[in-house]
Design a binder for this molecule. Structure first.
Ligand SMILES: NC(=O)c1ccc[n+]([C@@H]2O[C@H](COP(=O)([O-])OP(=O)(O)OC[C@H]3O[C@@H](n4cnc5c(N)ncnc54)[C@H](O)[C@@H]3O)[C@@H](O)[C@H]2O)c1
Length: 278
């Protein structure tokens, strides 16, 4: 029997893309699924589709993870509809391209509020529910491969995904004694509507972005991505349930930057060695 059988999984950003693929994977393994997303109608459609395909209970709610009040209400909603939470996938992230000298304060505010504070607030809202349960419990945080091998024109996004990684590692240490596993997910490139959903989710009160049309071109020139490096989200998370079962701290889905990460790692080890020699 799967560890997820009879459990309740909550997925933020669950209406589409990677989050929807996670919801489907959790449901296929027997979990009830709560689909939370700023796109409320799409969340409802995804929750209905998951229920029909997998025969599990689902619920959905429109939630902006930048809004702590909405997240507290979402936790109450999940308890009322599905009875609690065993597995949390804090998966929301918005993209923000831009050269460092052109990114505006509002660009930084947007991406820090959603990707960093949104992830932290999501965990804070659902951790009490997870602590109320026993047995198989997991928290999965979506970072990005670009946190392991940064590229130009991605400073704002990458800063937030570094923060998600650091938060997740600390959370793992703090929860280790309670038997709650914490994993940080590093997806590679996927075929999703990420750029559009990021643009849709940007609050209209914010000033115009400093992103430019050539940002993506420059980023790809720095970190080339081949056609084989971009997967459908369901294929990207083909090993996710096994990795969660094994309680691995880091989960890489796919992608071309293993060597680039290795070079960065070697630079850091060399820095330690220089310090040790001085
Ligand atoms: N697509 C990629 O190539 C890629 C690569 C690495 C990491 N990621 C990360 O994967 C995660 C999922 O992205 P995706 O590619 O599936 O994109 P997606 O657009 O398919 O899904 C993102 C979902 O998040 C929702 N969302 C956006 N802002 C929100 C908010 N403030 N509150 C609640 N929901 C919100 C959107 O409505 C959308 O349904 C993100 O954290 C992203 O940074 C994506």
């Amino acid at each position: 029997m799967s560890n997820l059988e009879g459990r309740v999984a909550v997925v933020t950003g669950g209406a589409a893309g990677l989050g929807a693929a996670m919801g489907n994977a959790f449901a296929a393994a027997g979990a009830a699924v709560a689909v939370l997303d700023i796109a409320g109608d799409a969340a409802q459609a995804t929750a209905t589709a998951i229920a029909e395909e997998h025969g599990v209970a689902t619920t959905s709610l429109r939630v902006d993870v930048a809004d702590p009040v909405a997240l507290a209400a979402a936790a109450d909603h999940v308890v009322a509809t599905l009875g609690g939470c065993d597995v949390l996938a804090a998966n929301v992230g918005v993209q923000q391209f831009g050269a460092i000298d052109r990114l505006t304060d509002d660009d930084w505010r947007f991406v820090l509020d959603v990707n960093v504070l949104g992830t932290i607030r999501t965990v804070r809202a659902f951790l009490p529910l997870i602590r109320n349960r026993t047995g198989y419990r997991r928290i999965l945080l979506t970072s990005s491969l670009s946190a392991l091998a940064p590229a130009v024109r991605m400073a704002a996004y990458q800063t937030t995904k570094f923060a998600v990684m650091g938060f997740g590692e600390t959370l793992r240490y703090e929860l280790a004694g309670e038997g709650i596993g914490v994993s940080v997910l590093f997806p590679g490139g996927m075929v999703t509507g990420h750029l559009q959903s990021s643009s849709d989710a940007r609050p209209s009160v914010l000033a115009a972005t400093g992103a430019q049309d050539d940002d993506l071109v420059e980023m790809l020139a720095h970190r080339p991505v081949g056609a084989d490096d971009v997967l459908a989200p369901g294929d990207a998370i083909r090993n996710l349930l096994a990795d969660l079962d094994a309680d691995h701290p880091f989960i890489v889905t796919h992608g071309p930057v293993r060597d680039a990460y290795g070079e960065r790692h070697e630079e850091l080890i060399a820095a330690f060695d220089r310090a040790g020699a001085s």
